[in-house]
Write a protein that binds this ligand. Structure first.
Ligand SMILES: [Zn+2]
Length: 210
C-alpha cells in the first residue's frame, strides 16, 4: 500500500485516494497538495503525483465520503492535517476567492453611478467568513455548536487595554516586555480569584459556625 502523502500521517490500513486530475481539475489538485503540508510535492511533476501518489481515507470527513469507501466529487481533505493548513491558506485559494460574494454596489446620489461601499463590502466578507468558520469548526474540529454572539472583538480590546495599563508610559513594548506583562496579568488575575474564593469559603464557614 503506498504511503499517505499527508505529512506525519502513519496510517497503514485505510483506503488510498488518488489526487484530483491536475489537467481536468487543477485548482482541486492544488488544494490537495496544500492540505498535505508536504512541501516536497511542490517540486514533483503533477502528472507523477496523479499517477503514483495517494492520500488515505482518514483525512476525509463523513460528509465527503460516499457509502462504499469512495469520495464524492470535488472534495478535499479536512481531517488529521498538519497545523499549517490554515483557513487563511484556503482563503488565498482561487476556489474560495471565486466563492466570495460579489461586491454589493449602490447608486451614488450625486452621479448616479454604482459605487461600492467599503463597510457593505466588508460586511459581505464577514458573512462569508462566518459560513467558512462554521464549516471548519464543524468538520475539522468536530465542534457541534458555538455561540456566534461571542464572536466580537471586545475581549481582545479589553485584553490589550489591560496590557497597556500595565505598561505605564511604555506604549510600544517589545516582545519580552509584552510577555512579562502578560505573565504578571495572568498571575494577578489568578491571585485575585483565589483570594475571592478563600474569602467566600471563610464567610460560609463563619455562617456555618454561628
Ligand atoms: Zn493519511
Amino acid at each position: 500500500m503506498p504511503k499517505c502523502q499527508v505529512i506525519n500521517c502513519d496510517d497503514k490500513n485505510s483506503t488510498r485516494h488518488r489526487f484530483p486530475n491536475p489537467k481536468k481539475n487543477p485548482r482541486q489538485f492544488e488544494i490537495w497538495i496544500k492540505a498535505t503540508g508536504n512541501t516536497k510535492l511542490e517540486k514533483i511533476d503533477s502528472d507523477k503525483i496523479y499517477k503514483n501518489l495517494r492520500i488515505c481515507h482518514r483525512h476525509f470527513g463523513a460528509e465527503n465520503r460516499s457509502t462504499n469507501m469512495y469520495l464524492k466529487p470535488n472534495v478535499y481533505p479536512t481531517l488529521f492535517l498538519p497545523i499549517n493548513f490554515s483557513p487563511t491558506i484556503e482563503f488565498e485559494n482561487p476556489i474560495i476567492q471565486e466563492n466570495l460574494p460579489p461586491k454589493p454596489a449602490i447608486p451614488c446620489e450625486a452621479t448616479g453611478k454604482m459605487i461600492t461601499v467599503p463597510s457593505l463590502n466588508n460586511w459581505a466578507i464577514s458573512l462569508e467568513a462566518f459560513k467558512f468558520l462554521t464549516f471548519n469548526l464543524k468538520h475539522r474540529f468536530n465542534i457541534k455548536f458555538f455561540m456566534p454572539r461571542r464572536l466580537n472583538q471586545d475581549p481582545l480590546e479589553n485584553f490589550f487595554g489591560q496590557m497597556r495599563q500595565h505598561g505605564g508610559r511604555n506604549i510600544n513594548p517589545n516582545v519580552p516586555v509584552f510577555i512579562n506583562h502578560f505573565k504578571t496579568l495572568l498571575v494577578n488575575n489568578l491571585v485575585i480569584h483565589i483570594l475571592l474564593l478563600l474569602l467566600k469559603l471563610f464567610l460560609i464557614l463563619l455562617l456555618y459556625i454561628s
